[in-house]
Ligand binder design. Structure first.
Ligand code: SF4
Length: 381
């Protein structure tokens, strides 16, 4: 196994603000913001980085079930059946959104690495050592080479670090964006986000606690956790380092109960033990009926196939009304007249019952009026 310290220079080249393709550098792209993206459509799969692929590969000794990744954990805590289906049926095909996200993550991480971690390494597997073992060997190597040293109060640039290490405990696998060494056998996990917000603003802390859990349960002493994100006030005239902000989240993760949730026993619904249990059963967990089913890739199999026109077709039905309605029926045509619907949804129901399109009379009048105005104005031009 070789480390890539010697390749750090060329990767640093990629790690520059220009690599982030920011046309207006006051505007930092966020995940999902494809309108400002210049997606490299020539990239296939997970560009540049084997660590993403490792997470998706089935492991031979797991009865061919793929490992539990963070995304599978999140899907399972959202709906246990969804997690089960995903684990048994495999990942969805990547979308342009996914590929754009991976590209953005890679570019931000390359830049962060170039700016702050000149002593860092990336695992390099070879014919004898797979990616996960290569990550473990780097941990051992760094601890051995820095025995007796402390980097606790040092600048990040002085700390040895591993970028993109992938670790596996039982059937749970996670990638640590950065694993930085604090000396005396202690490590910190850093999550590099593509958004302009830290955890707690929009995202759950679980996505940082997840790699902490896996690395810790691999026997590595993790005592710190941090999030890095884009500085929303960044301007092009500033130093590149100002592009990033960093929050120390050690207290929240270790003492705020977040890690403890993941470490709960099998009966705790958000624990990793529970996710392991429900996704490895022979039979899928029961279906649930929630508004978000509509956007789930298993919607057809779970619900839609058995229904003529389901209540998910109703327009802007409030979640509390959805909860009430699902106890009565899932078929639009069976909605009793005593259940009050908005005017728009009354039209939807009427269309379903009569099997014909319905147009609001008022809208029809507006369309007719607009068409008349257009005809009149063109006859005068
Ligand atoms: S459609 Fe609903 S019940 Fe089925 S897997 Fe998706 S979220 Fe779960």
């Amino acid at each position: 196994m070789e480390s890539d310290e010697d390749q750090h220079g060329s990767e640093a080249l990629e790690g520059s603000l220009s690599a982030l393709q920011l046309e207006d550098t006051t505007e930092i792209e966020e995940v999902g913001d494809l309108s400002t993206s210049q997606l490299d459509t020539s990239a296939v799969g997970y560009p540049h980085d084997q660590s993403f692929q490792v997470l998706e590969l089935p492991r031979g000794d797991l009865d061919s079930l793929p490992p539990i990744s963070r995304s599978l954990y999140e899907e399972t805590t959202e709906c246990e059946r969804k997690g089960w289906e995903r684990r048994h049926q495999g990942q969805e095909e990547q979308t342009d959104d996914d590929r754009w996200t991976f590209e953005q993550e890679n570019k931000r991480q390359a830049l962060y690495r170039a700016l702050f971690y000149p002593r860092s390494v990336i695992p390099k597997p070879d014919d004898d050592v797979d990616y996960i073992r290569a990550s473990e060997l780097l941990v051992e190597k760094i601890e051995e080479e820095n025995r007796g040293q402390s980097f606790r109060d040092c600048e990040t640039s002085e700390r040895p670090a591993i970028f993109h290490g992938v670790f596996m405990h039982e059937d749970v696998c996670s990638r640590a964006d950065v694993l930085e060494y604090f000396g005396n056998g202690e490590w910190g996990v850093v999550k590099i986000k593509t958004s302009k917000t830290s955890f707690g603003d929009n995202d759950a802390y679980e996505s940082l606690a997840f790699p902490v859990y896996v690395v810790k349960h691999c026997g590595i002493k993790v005592t710190k956790a941090a999030a890095v994100y884009a500085n929303r006030d960044f301007q092009i005239q500033m130093n590149e380092a100002a592009f990033f902000k960093r929050d120390d989240l050690t207290d929240v993760i270790f003492r705020g109960g977040v890690l403890q949730v993941l470490e709960g026993d099998q009966n705790a619904p958000k624990s990793i033990a529970h996710v392991q249990s429900v996704t490895s059963r022979a039979e899928p967990p029961p279906k649930i009926v929630v508004p978000s089913c509509k956007n789930c890739s298993f919607f057809q199999d779970c619900h839609a196939r058995k229904l003529r026109h389901s209540i998910w077709e109703l327009i802007r039905l409030r979640p509390e009304r959805f909860e009430e309605l699902k106890k009565i029926t899932l078929e639009i045509e069976e909605i009793p007249s005593s259940f009050k619907l908005s005017q728009t949804n009354m039209i939807v129901k009427q269309s379903v019952i009569t099997n014909s399109p319905q147009i609001k009379e008022q809208q029809l009048q507006e369309v007719t009026f607009n068409a008349s105005v257009t005809t009149l104005s063109s006859s005068f031009s």
